[in-house]
Design a protein around this ligand. Sequence first.
Ligand code: NAD
Length: 381
Amino acid sequence: MKRNPPSSHDSAHSRRTFVRNMTLGAAFLGSGAAGALAAEVGEAAKGGERKLGVALMGLGLYSRGQLGPGLLRTKLCRFAGVVTGSHAKGAKWSRHYGFPERNIWSYDTIHEMAGNSDVDIVYVVTPNGLHAEHAIRAAAAGKHVICEKPMANSVADCDAMIAACAKANVKLSIGYRLQFDPHHIELDRLAREKDFGLLNRMSGEHSWTFVERAWRIEKSLSGGGPLMDVGIYVIQAACRGAMGQPVAVTARELPKTNPRLFNEVEETIEWTMEFPGGVTCEGSSSYSRDGNRFRAEGAKGWIQIEPAFGYGGLRVRTSRGPLDFPEVPQQSFQMDDFASCTLAGRESPVPGPMGRDHMAIIEAIYRSAADGGRRIEVRRA
Ligand code: NAD
């Protein structure tokens, strides 16, 4: 079903929710690892630092539902333009978000952004198989790039994107919004401070029931099925819990219940990641059931996030009892952090090489599943 950009009522509601969330978020972010980010974003905003112009490339569901409204809630970004296949759609967005109509580009005129000083950052929100081409063309136009997850369809494409951004001297980050969510930041803290000991047994699932025919099940555009789409969140959480990259994986694809719909990609996949020091994570992802959880255990306790991967409504329980964290506007924090990194000349905490590492894990999982569950070592950069 097509949805329009949010109505002004939605926006007003969103702003109220945002003010509440920002207050809660600021309280939460006042300490710990994310404190530096909050302080820096706050200082830059107070200091009247120029806001960076962001152009969204691809005006589908995620841009409509999350990134457009999320941009309105940033402190260091401004909605500056769009890249879209439909000029009429772009004009509607220009009226709604108040950027000039001259800042509507098509996929064929990306290079013309080079001469436009309104846009500093291009946010690539197109199907996965187009990320590499679109990110490379945005970088060639001299724009910093945020690229949605998964970074691309292959490690080779990720490497090409990293090289193109380095050559153009622009920054590259991946749309890992949960990096900025307090529930997952608590997982980072437990991994680092070892309150529960080494988090050596992890498990997670991210699944949803997919019924429509769309690019997500066309392999050339999606790169794969639920693993590429949402299983990647389990991979990201496991790498955070283990504070590193797995050395090897094993995997198996489950028999398809709807082989006509899922004739190009997997319907359900299960995998095990082996990290150094005997740390493991059992992951699964499916397009034919719902599932949204992550758990990490050490010798002295455990943490469970369930639901774990949504835009909000996350819940944390631990062996010491439940923990209460505020909801934060994940996408706004993510975009503000990238703007802050760009202004300060720092690398993003979710940089291109992280997207590339996750793609190396995904490639190894698919190879193992195709090879009868053989143990496959994960390629190092
Ligand atoms: P969508 O299908 O709703 O939108 C895709 C957009 O790309 C559409 O506007 C479409 O017109 C455009 N497009 C350009 N060229 C196309 C082509 N050749 N074929 C099909 N569409 C084309 O998809 P979405 O849900 O918005 O997802 C877009 C990207 O964002 C994906 O990479 C997805 O993984 C990612 N995403 C991330 C999150 C997150 O939480 N970080 C959430 C949803 C989607």
